[in-house]
Design a protein around this ligand. Structure first.
Ligand SMILES: Nc1ncnc2c1ncn2[C@@H]1O[C@H](COP(=O)(O)OP(=O)(O)OP(=O)(O)O)[C@@H](O)[C@H]1O
Length: 638
């Protein structure tokens, strides 16, 4: 009944939903955000991207027995899925993608025989894919990609309605069962699988030749026949080899090389050798010297929004004589340089360190690729430094997945952040119908960015970012802030770093090449002011003399016009003014003229956490409401 359902939701809020605004005193939970009722019972719980974190305890789902849709995607939920999910037998849709759930996919799922859509992708589920999935006979969507699943894929022939299926980027092996062989290769890549849309398994004839040609009768051949076949085959192979040998000799006297894709090496490294590509999409063939990729990329840069290929110099053969895209971390998440070169690309912008592109790979994966300019250090030094950058792993840092190094071309491959930069979010399209950024979102971004920088600073007393600004704070699908461009300052020459935007630079930084943690904190203070005022620090503001943002804020505060400082968009939320003033105080502390007076990043994070906690406990600032569509995607309303 509704009373026990309400109690279950409150227990859920207490354990994993610190930022969920449910008013305990309202008589019914049916009006709560994300909760839907039908016939006086809860049928839907949808809290996508709601900052849920931690482990869901037992006893919650056990009381939500009439749930038909459960969507907790895009959160930070962890631990095992509680087994009392088994009682929610009415469930049609489960969307738990983009969390940190771990452990085996629990057996409790396999009793939910009304399930139509199950999305567990982008978690840390491990163990094998159970053949018990066959119990879910109504299943139309099964998404398990980007987990840690092992073993082989069971035959899922009972799933007659299965339409959307994906198990890519796990640790699966073996042969793709016949019931799934009609799916696309993209459903299976990033594993060690074979058969079906992938390469044939060893020992298995490839599909066209395997057609049931042999007679089912007596297969025994006489010794003479066998000897004849063996001798015939050997002679045939020798003949083919001889022809190939002569062909090769003729070719090597000529000019073209053949396409030769070397097999993957050491798990994560993919090598590509040779000069030529089969795809016509790479328009880099012409032009002497410095590389088609550079030419193509430059063309892309000049034709701004046009789509072209991201191209690395195909003449840029590195010292080991081959081309490598070198991956960090999880070796399974591999695409190769060839895929990257074939990708369609769009220029995102030109920055201090080079040009950034959005690259859409054939398999649909989207990555951000940065072409570095002015790399002023040796290959050895570059590799050492980039390894350090690649080893940084925090939820508030934009992950660097791979890099490519050749003499002419240095590429960095990052996850693509769907919601772009904070700079674009704050300053783009104002007044023309964009959704205003509310307090909850802004303070959440401040906290995420602070945590990312705190992590960097915690890696060593000498490690700093060196280029904190709003275009380097990128936002995920759920508006989580991730810091980008960390570690790049040490790779490029002083001329590049000197071009940095002055608005964020601490007063003591006269040599833009010299970075420090205290200077980062100053820049972060400017970033907080930007969030609070809505004004870009490079802007000449309201004043004609081009005073910088910290000084402008100081002067307004001195005149006791504090509320004039805030972005008018924020003034709609009067009940959080106290917290806004606290954040303003923190921002001005960070912008202290003397480095020693500035707080540490750990203190900054603590103070933002505290002030957010108090605004959340008042439970007043309305969060962006997410309207979830049936396919599990969402759009925002305000
Ligand atoms: N991983 C990414 N995902 C999505 N967009 C990105 C990504 N990396 C960069 N961008 C976008 O590309 C644009 C250019 O980025 P880039 O980092 O090259 O320059 P910048 O941030 O403007 O300057 P700087 O190089 O000084 O940091 C940015 O405005 C950002 O919005």
């Amino acid at each position: 009944d509704l009373v026990s359902e309400k109690a279950a939701l409150l227990a859920f809020q207490a354990s994993v939903g610190r930022y969920v605004r449910w008013n305990q005193s309202s008589p019914t939970p049916c009006s709560w955000q994300g909760v839907q009722c039908s016939n006086n019972t809860i049928t839907e719980l949808r809290l996508p991207g709601s900052y849920l974190s931690g482990v869901i305890p037992m006893g919650i789902f056990g009381n939500l027995t009439n749930l038909r849709t459960l969507s907790l995607r895009l959160n930070s939920l962890s631990g095992q899925l509680p087994s009392d999910l088994a009682v929610c037998t009415q469930l049609r849709n489960i969307y738990l993608q983009n969390n940190n759930f771990s452990g085996a996919i629990p057996d409790s799922i396999f009793g939910l025989n009304n399930l139509v859509r199950l999305d567990l992708s982008q978690n840390n589920f491990s163990g094998e894919i159970s053949p018990k999935f066959n119990n879910l006979t109504r299943l139309g969507t099964l998404y398990l990609q980007y987990n840690q699943l092992t073993g082989s894929i069971p035959d899922l022939s009972q799933l007659q309605s299965l339409d959307l299926f994906n198990v890519s980027y796990n640790h699966l092996n073996g042969s793709i069962p016949s019931s799934l062989r009609n799916k696309n290769a993209s459903a299976f890549i990033g594993n060690s699988l074979c058969g079906g849309p992938l390469l044939a398994c060893s020992g298995e004839a490839s599909p066209p030749t395997s057609s049931s040609g042999g007679s089912s009768g007596n297969n025994n051949l006489s010794g003479g026949a066998i000897a004849g076949i063996v001798i015939g085959s050997v002679v045939g192979v020798l003949l083919i080899l001889l022809i190939l040998f002569f062909l090769c000799r003729r070719k090597s006297n000529g000019k073209t090389g053949s396409v030769d894709t070397a097999p993957a090496k050491q798990g994560a490294e993919v090598e590509i050798q040779g000069e030529k590509r089969e795809s016509g999409s790479l328009n880099s063939a012409g032009g002497g010297g410095g590389g088609g990729a550079a030419a193509a990329a430059a063309a892309a840069a000049t034709t701004a929004a046009t789509t072209t290929a991201v191209a690395a110099s195909n003449r840029g053969v590195n010292s080991s004589g081959s081309k490598k895209l070198i991956f960090f971390g999880n070796a399974a998440r591999v695409f190769d340089l060839e895929d990257l070169l074939r990708a369609s690309a769009e220029v995102l912008g030109k920055g201090t360190f080079g040009t950034a592109y959005k690259a859409v790979l054939d398999m649909g994966t989207v990555m951000a690729v940065k072409r570095l300019k002015d790399v002023a250090i040796s290959e050895k030094e570059f590799k050492e430094k980039i390894e350090v950058v690649g080893s940084m792993d925090h939820e508030n840092l934009v992950p660097l997945r791979a890099y490519y190094y050749s003499k002419e071309e240095k590429l960095l491959v990052y996850d693509f952040m769907l919601n772009g930069s904070l700079s674009a979010l704050l300053h783009g399209n104002r007044g023309s119908g964009r959704t205003p950024l509310n307090w909850e979102t802004r303070s959440g971004i401040a906290l995420g960015a602070a945590r990312g920088i705190e992590y960097l600073h915690g890696r060593g007393p000498k490690i700093s970012h060196g280029n904190i600004k709003s275009s380097n704070i990128l936002l995920t699908k759920s508006y989580e802030a991730c810091v980008s461009d960390f570690g790049l300052a040490s790779l490029v020459g002083a001329t590049s770093t000197a071009n940095r935007v002055a608005g964020y630079r601490a007063p003591e930084v006269t040599d833009a090449h010299k970075v420090s943690q205290k200077a980062d904190i100053y820049s972060f203070g400017v970033l907080l002011l930007e969030l609070l005022t809505g004004k870009p620090p490079t802007h000449t503001l309201t004043n004609e003399d081009g005073v910088d943002l910290p000084r402008w804020v100081q002067s307004v505060i001195r005149e006791e016009w504090t509320s004039e400082v805030f972005d008018p968009e924020l003034l709609r939320y009067q009940n959080v003014e106290e917290e806004m003033v606290q954040l303003l105080q923190l921002a001005t502390d960070c912008c202290a003229q003397y480095p020693d007076k500035r707080p540490s990043m750990t203190e900054v994070t603590r103070r933002i956490e505290e002030l957010r906690r108090s605004s959340v406990s008042q439970g007043q600032d309305p969060q962006l409401d997410m309207v979830e569509l049936d396919d599990g995607s969402s759009r925002q309303t305000n």
